[in-house]
Ligand binder design. Structure first.
Ligand SMILES: NC(=O)c1ccc[n+]([C@@H]2O[C@H](COP(=O)([O-])OP(=O)(O)OC[C@H]3O[C@@H](n4cnc5c(N)ncnc54)[C@H](OP(=O)(O)O)[C@@H]3O)[C@@H](O)[C@H]2O)c1
Length: 338
């Protein structure tokens, strides 16, 4: 439903700021361009972007490591997700309305290959209406985008591992972008949660609801007991952790190691073996995002923002992401008054 305080739609021919790059390279190739505000086509909505999050995949995209998929048409836009407000709708859109506060992902590979001058890291983004979902109530756009990639934790724990109350859960990387949601969801689902994090993040991990917090730099896999479910976000040494699954235990990794050893372990265990490692690539649809928002609301899942940047500081934000050592998600704030 439209709200009395809905933001105005941009005027025809209006321009906007967008994070872009004109060649592959380091963070220094990123600029803020001025481009036309997209006009929503049939089936699309125009979203006034409140915030977007920073993702490791975008660093690979900007560096050119994905150029076989992303092609050589420039400039390219950045940003894969968004939270914001619908300000205009294209023909045939009946499932959402102007004024709706929504969140979701853009079809980033399609965007990247199309040579579109802007992704979602821009003042406005046009998205197919079927890809948008209502934002969780009570969260600012920055908090919402900091939670968005946590859909992967929900898919892993609920759908792939079928985590049950009372089960022993291990989360590798419990203060990272996906892991911090995994720890909170595990706690909310009634599991006994152990997590491996780096030394400075141990108190933070406890505050998220972890029952046992261990330092991954000083804890060897063989020091650990048995787990019913392992959520792996680290992507290394998976065969050693797999040995710590109980009978009927499930291990899910979201981080498919580029190292052949890791990949081979996963592949072999997917095909064979009682203690399988399941891998998946999250492609949440609207129903997943609706479900996830309602769990965030009912279980009071909190957002962890590891740093906030302006659009003009996209290069600095990506540098900080590459340097590591942060927690939760870094966020670019656009139209977010919170
Ligand atoms: N399959 C999917 O659908 C999907 C979805 C989202 C993300 N991903 C991928 O999954 C990976 C993780 O994503 P993310 O957003 O959570 O990344 P992130 O924010 O960088 O978090 C990774 C976490 O892992 C911790 N870590 C590093 N080495 C570790 C180790 N040996 N043992 C335990 N923890 C360790 C880091 O801790 P410190 O920083 O404290 O060292 C950090 O907190 C990335 O490769 C991402 O591209 C896949």
């Amino acid at each position: 439903l439209s709200t009395p305080h809905a933001a105005p739609a941009p005027l025809p021919g209006a321009t906007m700021r967008a994070a872009q790059f004109h060649r592959y390279g380091g963070p220094e190739v990123i600029t803020t361009g001025i481009v036309p505000v997209p006009v929503p086509r049939a089936g699309e909505v125009l979203i006034r972007v409140g915030a977007v999050s920073l993702n490791g995949g975008e660093v690979l995209f900007r560096s050119g490591k994905l150029r076989l998929l992303s092609g050589r048409r420039f400039p390219k836009g950045l940003g894969v997700d968004y939270a914001g407000e619908i300000v205009a709708i294209g023909d045939g859109v009946a499932d959402v309305a102007v004024g709706d506060q929504v969140w979701g992902f853009i079809n980033n590979l399609k965007f990247a290959a199309s040579g579109a001058p802007a992704g979602s890291a821009a003042e406005y983004v046009a998205v197919e209406s079927k890809r948008v979902a209502p934002m969780p109530v009570g969260k600012s756009p920055s908090e919402a985008v900091a939670l968005l990639v946590g859909t992967a934790a929900l898919t892993a724990l609920r759908d792939k591992a079928a985590l049950q109350p009372g089960e022993r859960l291990l989360v590798r990387g419990g203060t990272g972008g996906v892991g911090y949601v995994g720890v909170q969801l595990g706690h909310a689902f009634g599991a006994h949660v152990t997590t491996l994090v780096s030394t400075p993040k141990m108190d933070l991990a406890r505050s998220l609801g972890a029952d046992i917090v261990l330092d991954y730099r000083t804890t060897r896999p063989e020091d650990l007991g048995e787990f019913d479910v392992i959520l792996d976000t680290a992507g290394s040494n998976m065969s050693a952790y797999r040995k710590h699954l109980s009978r009927g235990g499930r291990m899910v990794t979201i981080n498919f190691s580029p190292l052949w050893a890791g990949a081979l372990t996963t592949l072999v265990s997917v095909i064979h073996g009682r203690r399988r490692i399941r891998f998946f690539e999250g492609r949440p649809i609207r129903a997943d995002l609706v479900d996830y928002a309602s769990i965030i609301e009912s279980a009071s899942i909190r957002a962890l923002i590891g740093g906030t940047h302006d659009l003009e500081d996209m290069a600095g934000a990506q540098r900080a992401l590459e340097a590591g050592g942060s927690h939760g998600k870094r966020v670019i704030r656009l139209h977010d008054q919170a």
